[in-house]
Design a protein around this ligand. Structure first.
Ligand code: FAD
Length: 298
């Protein structure tokens, strides 16, 4: 079943991993992937460093393991800013050769001092190119419930989001957020704008204060008071931070699934034990929501 069709039948639960550093062997991630396999996610996406071609090998290798050894659908992230059209086509051929026909088309993070390749200045151009060149590929794109940091306002950001969908993106994966209301408000804006593809909510379990401060600084995602209090109170206790961070993510997920979200995309940060705990504490909610969806579809 295609990923797009899957959204019609269930609340999708997907995971995101990143390839090991070049200095580590690819096998280093195998135990993590095996543990993630036990969750039986609907797909696992693999990040690709913004630099493009120089990072492709690790991403393709991990996507190959996920797709062909673990038998879980893999999505390869493809950032376009520093890649030429022919480099993107070569990457798509490599993915095709391992039977991975799902990509997350991105502009990519800007690298200070590095000159863009010039073929894809924004993700919509990449989506359009892939859609035209490889119509057999399924294309996801990124979206931002708290607005993208470079956008002057939401109207501008959502206008460009619509361009990505009109260019051929058939599903969206959101940036992480900690306040579900921001996601619901964003969802309403997309509906008003005529965006009707499934939108997965990006959830990042926060179990380490420094890591979260770094990520929120880069992404511009606000930290709500409730979560700031958790980080302040438990930052010196690894165990308490872990328990509270997981509970916060579980709470977010249960609320989102109850409100009928299309899917949850868990930023695992390659911490498979945390992902497994979250799944164990929410899987009954997914099952009940799926049953309700199937009954409604009959
Ligand atoms: P775009 O859609 O191009 O948007 C970027 C900005 O430009 C926005 O402000 C938008 O409003 C504006 N814009 C869009 N189109 C136009 C246009 N045509 N004209 C003018 N302005 C426009 N980065 C990586 O390098 N590798 C990864 O693996 C990776 N994975 C990610 C996974 C997810 C789920 C998410 C949410 C992000 C990921 N990123 C990754 C980060 C992403 O590359 C950055 O957030 C980047 O800054 C924007 O990417 P985009 O595809 O959303 O860009």
């Amino acid at each position: 079943m295609s990923l797009t069709a899957l959204f019609k039948t269930k609340t999708v639960f997907s995971l995101e991993v990143f390839p090991p550093k070049k200095s580590s062997p690819t096998d280093a991630i195998l135990p993590t992937l095996k543990r993630l396999q036990s969750i039986n996610p609907d797909f696992i996406s693999v990040t690709l460093g913004a630099g493009g071609t120089e990072h492709c090998d690790g991403t393709v290798e991990i996507a190959n393991i996920i797709q062909n050894k673990l038998n879980i659908p893999a999505i390869s992230h493809v950032p376009g800013l520093y890649q030429t059209k022919s480099e993107v086509l070569a990457l798509l051929d490599r993915l095709d050769s391992i039977n991975v026909k799902n990509i997350l088309a991105l502009r990519g993070d800007k690298i200070p001092g590095k000159e863009p390749a010039g073929d894809f200045n924004h993700a919509n151009e990449l989506v359009q190119f892939v859609h035209e060149q490889r119509p057999d590929f399924s294309i996801a794109s990124a979206c931002y419930p708290n607005c993208h940091t470079e956008a002057p306002d939401f109207v501008d950001d959502i206008t460009h989001l619509k361009e990505k969908v009109d260019a051929g993106a058939d599903h969206l994966i959101s940036q992480l957020f900690f306040d579900n209301q921001a996601f619901y408000d964003f969802k309403e804006k997309t509906e008003i704008a005529g965006i009707h593809v499934p939108i997965e909510a990006g959830i990042m379990p926060c179990t380490n204060k420094n890591q979260i401060e770094r990520i929120t600084q880069i992404s511009g995602v606000p930290i709500p008071k409730k979560f700031a209090a958790i980080m302040d109170r438990y930052q010196n206790s690894e165990e308490a931070m872990l328990d509270a961070g997981i509970a916060f993510a579980v709470d977010q997920i249960i609320d989102l699934v109850s409100q009928g979200v299309d899917g949850i995309h868990l930023y695992t940060m390659n911490k498979s034990k945390i992902a497994k705990r979250i799944w164990d504490e929410t899987k009954s909610v997914f099952a009940a929501a799926d049953l309700a969806k199937q009954t409604a579809n009959q």
